[in-house]
Write a protein that binds this ligand. Structure first.
Ligand code: C2E
Ligand code: MG
Ligand code: MG
Length: 644
């Protein structure tokens, strides 16, 4: 581009000489071509350095300038202009130049001035411009006669300068300057677009990472594992191969977390993840699929392969872990499910390896391969679980009551409320079929609330009719763990207007030993409400006698397995004896459950048991049946007084 005519310049009219008009048209054409080319470069460029280099090249190649460069204004550690791209006969022109943009000697060159002031600096003539003295010799040596420095950037784009050098003096008139400013603006816009595209891409990559990885351990998550399994199954289907899915669950991780704190618990999980990852073999893929649950996909693995992997994973945990400054023994159980034997897709394999993992609890090796034997997966039971929420809300759950009789007087001293599900299709469903699922799914909360309400209401009605008997209800471990449970019980008592005097809670021994400190606290609060506490299934939970002695309880219930075995087996009988003498020592009542024969009753009587419950006395009955049963019984007792 050579010197244009300047319509704004004073003294120039519209009647320019013809040759000049032609030159100007040619120049404007060229300038427009430069803009057009640059715009294409802006659209094409995928990266910032390429964009800057392209713009400089186009200025030289299509604009006919001798040299062009683009610099960014840096602030740290000092205000310098860093050349980012250049094109043309620079011949080391920029190499030695320390260009600044601060308000000091180095910053008073055209590019520094342009950045600092935000105004384009036009140097019409290197030869005569006094402020160009420091660069004059070098510039003239390279054939630069005039130059322009145009600032750009600001908000989203970096601040910078576009510098263009021409072979003629006074090469940049207003129109051309305007075009170059437009170009600089476009460059800034291009940079900002590329940067925001890059930021967007990074954000997308981050989101993808979050969707596919576990943030705590950095391992793959469940979603990614399921995709891997789907791919592996696709491959196995093609080749007729197989694969194994292992689920690893840390034993008593809750204890670790409660004992050491969340942060240390997390730390243990990270260490665990690292060890498991290091123990992986070829074709094995590790993921964290839940709190303390990890999954390992073994491609091409059969049962033997799964066992070998499980052994390797167990071995990886053999060394103690260090957390919160202490050495910690961490053990895990592993369940395995195999494709194609145990499931045709990832969900099924995960579910079944999970079930196997639960079975592994009882295995000395800490490993179980899915056997299909558990009835947990029984289709009827799965369907029932799905219906349970509705059943609770619709009042399909009903209580049956089983009497407890005092051995000394033969009188009915209480009843145990046992929940039943009156299923519209299956009829009466036993609690064993749905209580465990209710516990796992959290439905036990509304279930217990219903049971408590119904039992309190029933007990009030009986009392109105002169039947004074305590009602015992069974309380699940999760209720005991729920810190709001005692308050909800208090509220239920208040709402029913019934005193707690007739209420007993039965808690299994294993519930209490699960978390002794918390159990003690919960029991104390329930006891403060005036509710009697009885330990159910006593003898099955391996609690220490000294622990039992600390609990605020009013009764022990000997598990029916001991009652069933006590006549034939001397050691079983001695457990029953010991339980009765423990109750004596603690001055609490002892009840024997599951009493089916008169011989059992006599034996218990001789040992000094207080109460019995079982088919011998009465089966669990609906409320009206029990009422009739009690009335008939007391009528009979009155007739033949002392019969029972
Ligand atoms: P559990 O508390 O030990 O209840 C005693 C179970 O033994 C009852 O079974 C009862 O029907 C049965 N039984 C009673 N007498 C005899 C007998 O002479 N021989 C034999 N072999 N069994 C007898 P059920 O009703 O099937 O309840 C089973 C378990 O379900 C209960 O054991 C209890 O742990 C749980 N359960 C029942 N209702 C509820 C409830 O409302 N809430 C909670 N959380 N659990 C409940
Ligand atoms: Mg019970
Ligand atoms: Mg029991």
């Amino acid at each position: 581009m050579s010197k244009p005519s300047d319509p704004d310049r004073p003294g120039r009219g519209h009647r320019a000489p013809r040759a000049e008009v032609v030159r100007e048209l040619r120049r404007v054409n060229r300038a427009l071509r430069v803009l057009g080319e640059c715009n294409q470069a802006l659209v094409r460029s995928a990266a910032e350095p390429a964009l800057l280099a392209d713009v400089c090249r186009i200025l030289v190649e299509h604009g006919g300038y001798r040299m062009a460069w683009i610099g960014y204004a840096e602030t740290e550690p000092e205000k310098v202009v860093r050349p980012m791209a250049k094109a043309g006969d620079d011949d080391g022109y920029l190499d030695g130049a320390h260009i600044g943009w601060a308000d000091d000697e180095r910053g008073h060159g055209p590019s520094g001035e342009a950045i600092r002031t935000g105004v384009a600096q036009v140097n019409r003539d290197f030869r005569s411009n006094p402020s160009m003295a420091p660069w004059r010799a070098e510039a003239l040596r390279r054939g630069f006669e005039s130059s322009v420095a145009i600032p750009f950037g600001g908000d989203e784009a970096p601040r910078g300068v576009l510098c263009v050098y021409a072979a003629e003096p006074d090469a940049f008139d207003v129109a051309e300057l305007h075009l170059l400013e437009e170009l600089a603006f476009d460059v800034a816009f291009g940079i900002a677009t590329l940067r925001s595209r890059e930021a967007h891409r990074r954000a997308e990559a981050m989101v993808a990472r979050l969707a596919y990885f576990d943030t705590l351990t950095g391992l793959a998550n469940r979603t990614q594992l399921l995709e891997r399994i789907a791919r592996a199954i696709g491959e196995a289907r093609r080749t007729g191969g197989c694969l194994a899915m292992l689920t690893l669950n840390v034993n008593r991780f809750d204890d670790i977390q409660v004992g050491l704190g969340m942060r240390e618990g997390d730390d243990v999980l990270r260490q665990l993840a690292a060890r498991l990852a290091a123990a992986l073999g070829e074709g094995e893929f590790l993921a964290r699929i839940g709190g303390d649950v990890f999954g390992v996909l073994v491609e091409g693995g059969e049962a033997d392969c799964a066992r070998a992997t499980a052994e390797r994973l167990h071995a990886a945990l053999a060394e103690p872990f260090r957390a919160a400054g202490i050495l910690l023994d961490v053990q895990a159980r592993i369940g395995a499910a195999l494709y194609p034997d145990h499931g045709a897709d990832g969900e099924a394999l995960l579910l079944r390896s999970n079930i196997a993992c639960r079975e592994a609890r009882h295995s000395s090796l800490g490993l179980a391969v899915y056997s299909g034997a558990t009835d947990e997966e029984n289709p009827r039971r799965l369907a029932l679980i799905g219906e349970l929420r509705r059943a609770i809300a619709d009042g399909e759950l009903a209580l049956h009551y089983q009497p407890k009789v005092a051995l000394r007087t033969g009188r009915v001293v209480g009843v145990e409320a046992l929940v039943r599900w009156r299923h519209p299709v299956h009829g009466l469903v036993a609690p064993a079929e749905f209580i465990p699922a209710a516990e796992r799914t959290g439905l036990i909360k509304p279930l217990t609330a219903r049971v408590l309400d119904t039992a309190l209401e029933q007990s009030r009605r009986w009392a109105e009719r002169g039947i004074e008997s305590r009602v015992a209800i069974n309380i699940s471990p999760s209720s005991l763990r729920d810190p709001e449970f005692p308050a909800r019980v208090a509220e239920a008592l208040r709402k029913r207007g019934s005193g707690p005097g007739r209420l007993t809670f039965e808690l299994t021994e294993s519930t209490l030993v699960e978390d002794p400190a918390r159990s003690l606290e919960a029991l104390t609060r329930l006891r403060e409400l005036g509710i009697a506490i009885c330990i159910d299934d006593f003898g099955t939970g391996y609690s220490s006698l000294s622990y039992i002695a600390t609990l605020p309880i009013q009764g022990l219930k000997i598990d029916r397995s001991f009652v069933a075995g006590m006549l034939a087996n001397a050691s079983v009988r001695s457990v029953v004896e010991a339980t009765i003498s423990l109750a004596r020592a603690l001055q609490i009542r002892v009840v024997a459950e599951g009493v089916e024969t008169i011989e059992q009753r006599h034996a218990l009587e001789r040992l000094g048991c207080d109460e019995i419950q079982g088919y011998l006395v009465g089966v669990p009955m609906a409320a009206e049946d029990l009422e009739r049963w009690v009335l008939e019984r007391s009528a009979r007792a009155a007739e033949a007084s002392g019969e029972d």
